[in-house]
Write a new protein. Structure first.
Length: 217
């Protein structure tokens, strides 16, 4: 499944680079603004129509739809879940994985790289029925074991959403970044996730740059 997702993602990346190479003034922001209008069923103005044609936005949309369907299949989830349902499932999955790690079980996707970054030691045990590898977590003495901020967009959204769910008050990107091993290096990435969640209506600004989770009844 990972191979399929990678293939479509690489096709998407290649298409965007090719179109931007042919039209140097075309930006990803323009492409995705038009894509969002199409998803919302909004009318396109003349400028939008030019961007749609230059950026092959309909093909971009099709490739994103394929990735969404493949990712849902990889998680074993229905393909027609709403944003709220996806976030709820991601938060639940994040909590499940966090509980496993507290018990000393880590599901390594890239064991050689991740174990070194996490500062842990332990014998890896491959499970024949899964692509992931599991190993007992043995913490190296003297190392602060803050979690790493994930690399994937889906996992980043789940991590930020979970942090806001556990927070007792408003948080901003700077404070959230301190909870992860990379610290200030991931502040901008966290800010982008916060902005996306705010656009979707899942969080709102409480005071200045601070965000609060919008609790659902």
């Amino acid at each position: 499944m990972k191979v399929c997702i990678r293939a479509v993602a690489e096709e998407l990346d290649s298409l965007r680079k090719q179109r931007q190479g042919e039209y140097p003034s075309l930006t990803l922001t323009q492409i995705y603004n038009v894509l969002e209008k199409l998803r919302r069923g909004e009318a396109l103005d003349d400028t939008d129509e030019v961007i749609k044609d230059e950026g092959l936005v309909l093909i971009v949309k099709e490739l994103h739809d394929q990735i969404d369907a493949l990712v849902a299949e990889a998680y074993g989830w229905p393909a027609d879940l709403s944003d709220d349902e996806i976030l709820a499932r991601l938060v639940a999955l994040n909590a499940e994985r966090a509980a496993e790690e507290k018990r000393g079980l880590v599901r390594w996707l890239r064991p050689d790289y991740q174990r070194a970054r996490a500062g842990v030691a332990g014998r890896l045990e491959a499970r024949p029925d899964e692509e992931q590898l599991e190993a007992p977590l043995v913490v190296v003495a003297g190392k602060e074991q803050k979690p790493l901020f994930p690399a994937g967009d889906v996992e980043r959204t789940a991590a930020v959403f979970a942090a806001l769910s556990d927070a007792r008050g408003p948080l901003d990107a700077k404070i959230l970044a301190r909870a992860f091993r990379q610290g200030a290096k991931v502040e901008h990435a966290i800010a982008r996730v916060l902005a996306s969640l705010a656009r979707l209506g899942h969080i709102y600004t409480a005071d200045g740059p601070d965000y609060v989770l919008r609790r659902r009844a």
